[in-house]
Design a protein around this ligand. Sequence first.
Ligand code: FES
Length: 167
Amino acid sequence: MTEIRMRVNGVVEKLDVEPWVSLLDALRDHLGLTGPKKGCDQGACGACTVIAGGVRINACLALAVQYAGKEITTIEGIAQGEDLHPMQAAFIRHDGFQCGYCTSGQICSAVAMLAEHAAGMPSAVTGTPAGHDAGLSDEEIRERMSGNLCRCGAYNGIVDAIKDVAG
Ligand code: FES
């Protein structure tokens, strides 16, 4: 066992984990945070997406010990006090889900994606840094969110929700 500490949703947590335990299993099984879902457990579906140090990651592909001392945000930490995060509210407004299994990952991914876009991280679609005022086309949102699959096919609502928040 290895003792690690990480700040999860603003709270410093101490965990005793074997070195091979994934961040996803540590969050779900050690901390009881079941918002991040285990879909494929191999980096293909995005259901496990969390935000680590401001960057979205597939928690199933990360080892918990790699994130010792890091800041992790899961869907449980996205809301702002009693208020939903604007992205959560937009997903509800635009029916950005059906069964909801992928939703926590979709929302974490969308929140981090907008921050990436605002920071000028290039898109594979546009090929150039987007810049804060460049706006996001449907095509670019779909490309930037392509790591998050929805088996129900709620993609139109997801894109509409993200566009709503992006303004
Ligand atoms: Fe991690 Fe599917 S469960 S990408």
